[in-house]
Ligand binder design. Structure first.
Ligand SMILES: CC(C)(COP(=O)(O)OP(=O)(O)OC[C@H]1O[C@@H](n2cnc3c(N)ncnc32)[C@H](O)[C@@H]1OP(=O)(O)O)[C@@H](O)C(=O)NCCC(=O)NCCS
Length: 184
């Protein structure tokens, strides 16, 4: 993807040198949906950075001031996307949460996906207990379109039984975005 600049952030592809910053938050992902991305050491982080560097849909969120990678976004490069639809997602280093960085980054990504890439509809899956992510969807003007009960499992309980998640789907159409659906 092209490099995108916002007020406080640079959105760019991952590149060599990002491993330590990525490891800082993927050593212990907090959202169950990202548990499978957990990294054990820096060598794994370096391999993950190499993979992301060639993934068109993978975006590093960097602080303009320091260059530090503080999180990532994805969207717009899935193989299974149809009818101008793309899934989107976000993951911040918790140290940088609560400062509006995720919103600033996602807003710029949405603009890119709708205006430059020409997507018609963007959607996000969000677990029913993930209120920060639900709030972000709503600030972006996304509509909660449904809740899938016991939709997916990312972990097992102590007895080895899957813990199923109730998963919401949020979405927004290009025409809604263009007419200023974002809440901020
Ligand atoms: C979901 C996630 C990206 C949300 O991050 P976030 O920092 O809460 O989101 P935002 O960027 O919208 O920031 C919002 C907060 O910043 C505050 N803020 C502070 N300064 C701000 C500024 N300059 N501009 C805007 N908001 C600002 C807002 O008031 C808001 O606070 P509140 O949460 O107390 O209402 C983050 O929690 C995360 O990465 N979670 C783990 C991964 C995850 O769950 N991913 C989604 C899976 S579906």
């Amino acid at each position: 993807m092209q490099i995108i600049e916002t007020e406080r952030l640079i959105l760019r592809p991952f590149r060599e040198g990002d491993a330590a910053d990525l490891f800082a938050y993927l050593r212990a992902p907090t959202a169950p949906c990202f548990l499978s991305l957990k990294l054990s050491d820096l060598a794994q982080a370096e391999a993950e950075v190499r993979k992301r560097a060639v993934d068109e849909g993978s975006v590093a969120i960097c602080l303009k001031e320091t260059g530090q990678v503080i999180g990532d976004l994805f969207g717009g490069a899935g193989d299974e996307e149809e009818d101008g639809t793309a899934s989107v997602g976000w993951h911040l280093n918790p140290q940088f949460g609560g400062r509006g960085y995720a919103f600033e980054a996602a807003k710029a990504l949405f603009d890119h996906l709708f205006r430059v890439m020409g997507f018609r509809r963007l959607y996000a899956y969000v677990e029913d207990h993930n209120t920060p992510s639900q709030r972000l969807c709503e600030k972006l003007g996304m509509r909660r379109e449904g809740v899938f009960i016991e939709f997916v499992s990312f972990t097992n309980d102590d007895a080895g039984n899957p813990i199923y998640e109730n998963t919401m789907q949020y979405a927004i159409l290009r025409r809604e975005w263009m007419s200023g659906a974002s809440a901020v």
